[in-house]
Design a binder for this molecule. Structure first.
Ligand SMILES: [Zn+2]
Length: 119
């Protein structure tokens, strides 16, 4: 009886280790890297600083950004495949410092649509 309990505990621990090995690493933005739709490492980047969250929302509307219901856009980017140009739209860090979103959007500039899952 005691041996069965110990064996069961050992399998449980092994299961936890295997489960942990297969888990994706999630960034500060709550996302994990899924796949690249392209890769480019040499391109121009413009940054547009919104003066407020409302200002960013106006920019979202201008660029027809699709927002998942229940989510609020913290930053977004537009990519040009023909001119090797990327523009990141973000709230001025003097207003709201959110570096995880700058990195998120720069990753879009490099890898395109790299995530599908919303955290
Ligand atoms: Zn994204």
């Amino acid at each position: 009886m005691i041996k069965k309990i110990l064996l069961g505990t050992g399998l449980l621990i092994l299961g936890i280790i295997i489960g942990a090995c297969g888990k994706q690493v999630t960034g500060a933005d709550g996302y994990y890297f899924e796949n690249e739709s392209f890769r480019r490492t040499n391109f121009e980047v413009d940054v547009v600083l919104a003066s407020s969250a409302d200002d960013l929302k106006k920019l979202e509307a201008e660029h027809k950004v699709e927002v998942v219901p229940g989510y609020e856009v913290a930053a977004f980017s537009t990519l040009s495949m023909t001119s090797m140009h990327c523009t990141i739209y973000m709230i001025d860090p003097k207003v709201s410092y959110q570096p995880e979103w700058y990195g998120h959007e720069l990753t879009h500039c490099i890898y395109g649509k790299w995530h599908t899952i919303q955290p």
